[in-house]
Design a protein around this ligand. Structure first.
Ligand SMILES: *Cc1c(COP(=O)(O)O)cnc(C)c1O
Length: 238
């Protein structure tokens, strides 16, 4: 358990480093949002962190999203879904998550569209790119991206906001930076497709170990877990 004081110091340092990275790239610090990736953290920890300078929360597991939104753990700040989403759990996420960052198939998109239609709302989404072409990772290949962006544009209850990625964990600093740069190119290419409904303002990339590099390459959301909350403890989990 990380104390509120420890989290406050961590968030202050992260904010300073985020701002420095933004300025060094000629960007405004206010253009980059801090998402606290709070998987495995308790409602109490998340509530404590929500009083700090964090813009939004990211959940990987549907059960945690349900538990924490129902408990008001984010203190009114938005929650994003950032993990792999199974189609049979879509109904629990649409209406709870302000944005689903990890859309990676037409089938999933169709389910989200149907759920959003039933609730009469427009669901913001990002498309997750498997930027390192890893067999073990979710996300679509860059080659398959236009099929999904075209489909999103045609769904009346989806609003495509941009792209998300997690580069390979074993990549070097240079490789990671190249992956981030490629993501920015992909977002720029998506913009040139001239969609009328999409609002392509979001690039979600960068975690505890590489968020400054991500910001220098254009990230508008960085998703940070361990640097805020400390190391994750999975020992008591099934
Ligand atoms: C856990 C997680 C993060 C944060 O990772 P840290 O290394 O703890 O900062 C970011 N994005 C996703 C999708 C995650 O699952």
């Amino acid at each position: 358990m990380t104390t509120r004081e420890q989290m406050a110091a961590a968030v202050a340092e992260i904010r300073t480093r985020m701002a420095d990275a933004a300025r060094s790239a000629g960007r405004r610090p206010g253009d980059v949002l801090l998402c606290a990736a709070c998987k495995t953290r308790t409602v109490e920890e998340v509530k404590d962190s929500a009083t700090l300078d964090i813009d939004l929360f990211g959940e990987n597991h549907v059960q945690e999203l349900v538990e924490k939104t129902d408990a008001g753990a984010y203190l009114g700040k938005p929650g994003h879904f950032i993990g792999h989403l199974q189609t049979n759990k879509v109904n629990k996420v649409v209406g709870r998550a302000a944005m689903i960052e990890s859309v990676d198939s037409l089938r999933l998109m169709d389910k989200i569209e149907a759920a959003a239609q039933r609730l009469d709302l427009v669901q913001d989404i990002l498309i997750e790119i498997n930027i390192g072409d890893e067999a073990s990772k979710s996300g679509v290949s860059p080659e398959a991206l236009w099929e999904l962006t075209d489909a999103a544009e045609a769904c009346g209850h989806l609003r495509l906001r941009g792209l998300m990625a997690i580069p390979p964990a074993d990549a070097t600093e240079d490789e990671t930076r190249a992956f981030f740069a490629r993501m920015r190119e992909l977002l720029e290419q998506t913009r040139t497709r001239g969609y009328a409904r999409a609002q392509l303002d979001t690039l979600s990339m960068g975690m505890s170990g590489d968020y400054e590099a991500a910001i220098r390459e254009g990230a508008t959301i960085v998703r940070i877990g361990t640097a805020i909350y400390g190391a994750r403890d999975y020992s008591h989990k099934a």
